[in-house]
Design a protein around this ligand. Structure first.
Ligand code: PLP
Length: 392
């Protein structure tokens, strides 16, 4: 077995080799403490320094404005489906109360463009009965599941059915910037009414390109694709959206953003090792030229793969050209049998974790920040050499 695998996994995913080597070097003795980072108290000085540096580097890379707070949350990105709903409905309830509009309906808008935004909308719907005092409605302003159950397009904004914030109480507009399962990515930030907080799940394209944080109420993502190991979810939240725990729906303490903010993400024990690894990844990212630098590399990598797919007679992309993901390149071969052959051949050529998500099948090459450009060309230019004859 080779000691270096060409890892196209969707997540947990490849971590930059340099980051792993640094972590390995420091494994038993981090920052001269004589202890592993896993053995340090989260309230110790050395861990405090790691947390601060991680926040500083993230602020620098994302150019996070000073009226935002970085939170390190737990429970994966899935937990944020509930947290976003609870916290932003709470903010809206507070606002309505102050405006003497108690009891009015609250609407939450979702742009459903793939599996993850669909799940987030379902979770919001499921939690509606827990809100006391105001009826809440989920509006799927975009809902593009095709008759075969697949996603693959983002309709033009003129076709979105966003709720009119002048006439209704819209708590937020939610979308998933990059749909990991279906390989669908927004190419720009949706334009919405500026008075409504915009929320985005960037779990699978976090820090893959520059982002204008000031356009958002909340930007969040799990770490295990572009930022490190599973176990920590980063939430960047605008401070005016943080409300007291006793306002709005009763919610578990661990889902409450203000509790996390007031305690510097240490209301309980945070996932210290995962945060440390995120910190090392951010340092690496700065060395790659920050978000501008990594975006250029990501564009080159994805263009290369899509060109192979579009030029070929055996590969097809199920995703419209104007919304193809730079991170998760999803494609099919002409028959399921050929797909099996392709995946078998790939494994033999040291290319791993290429199988499409179990709900959609096909092939998915996840080419996150950490995947070096050389891994798409050497030593096995499999994508480039595969001809139909290879499978006959
Ligand atoms: N959102 C997106 C875009 C994802 O890709 C995933 C996981 O793959 C999730 C949410 C759920 O993340 P988790 O498994 O950390 O809850």
């Amino acid at each position: 077995m080779s000691t270096y695998a060409l890892n196209f996994g969707a997540g947990p995913a490849k971590i930059p080799q340099a980051v792993l080597l640094k972590a390995q070097k420091e494994f038993l003795n981090v920052h001269g403490t004589g202890m592993s980072v896993m053995e340090l108290s989260h309230r110790s000085k050395p861990f405090g320094a790691i947390l601060e540096k991680t926040k500083k580097d993230l602020t620098e890379l994302m150019k996070i404005p000073s009226n935002y707070t970085i939170l390190f949350m737990q429970g994966g990105a899935t937990t944020e489906f509930a947290s976003v709903f609870y916290n932003l409905v709470a903010t809206k309830q507070q606002e309505l109360k102050q405006a003497g509009k108690e009891g009015e309906e609250i609407v939450v808008d979702y742009l459903v463009t793939g599996a993850w935004s669909s799940k987030a909308a379902q979770e919001a719907e499921r939690l509606i009965p827990t809100v006391i005092g105001n009826p809440v409605r989920v509006n799927r302003a975009v809902n593009v599941k095709q008759s075969n159950g697949k996603f693959g397009v983002i309709p033009p904004a003129s076709e979105w059915k966003l709720t009119d914030a002048k006439k209704h109480n819209v708590a937020y507009v939610y979308y998933c910037d990059n749909e990991t399962v279906h390989g669908v990515e927004f190419q720009s930030i949706p334009q919405i009414d500026a008075s409504v907080p915009l929320v985005t799940d960037v779990s699978s394209n976090f820090l893959s390109r520059p982002i204008d944080v000031s356009k958002f109420g909340i930007v969040y993502g799990g770490a295990q694709k572009n930022l490190g190991p599973a176990g920590v979810t980063i939430v960047v939240v605008r401070n005016d959206l943080l409300v007291d725990l006793n306002v709005g729906p009763i919610r578990p303490l661990m889902l409450d953003f203000k509790t996390a903010a007031d305690n510097d993400s240490m209301y309980n024990t945070p996932p210290t090792f995962a945060i440390y690894m995120v910190g090392l990844t951010l340092e690496w990212l700065k060395e790659q030229g920050g978000l501008d630098g990594i975006q250029k590399a990501n564009n080159r990598k994805s263009e290369k793969l899509y060109k192979v797919i579009d030029d070929s007679k055996i590969y097809t992309s199920p995703v419209a050209k104007d919304c193809r993901s730079h991170m998760n390149v999803v494609f099919n071969l002409t028959t399921e049998e050929l797909e099996k052959e392709f995946l078998k051949g790939a494994e033999e050529k040291n290319m791993h974790q290429l199988k499409g998500h179990r709900s959609v099948g096909g092939v998915r090459a996840s080419i996150y920040n950490a995947l070096p450009e050389e891994d798409l060309t050497t030593p096995f230019p499999y994508f480039f050499s595969c001809k139909r004859d290879d499978f006959m």
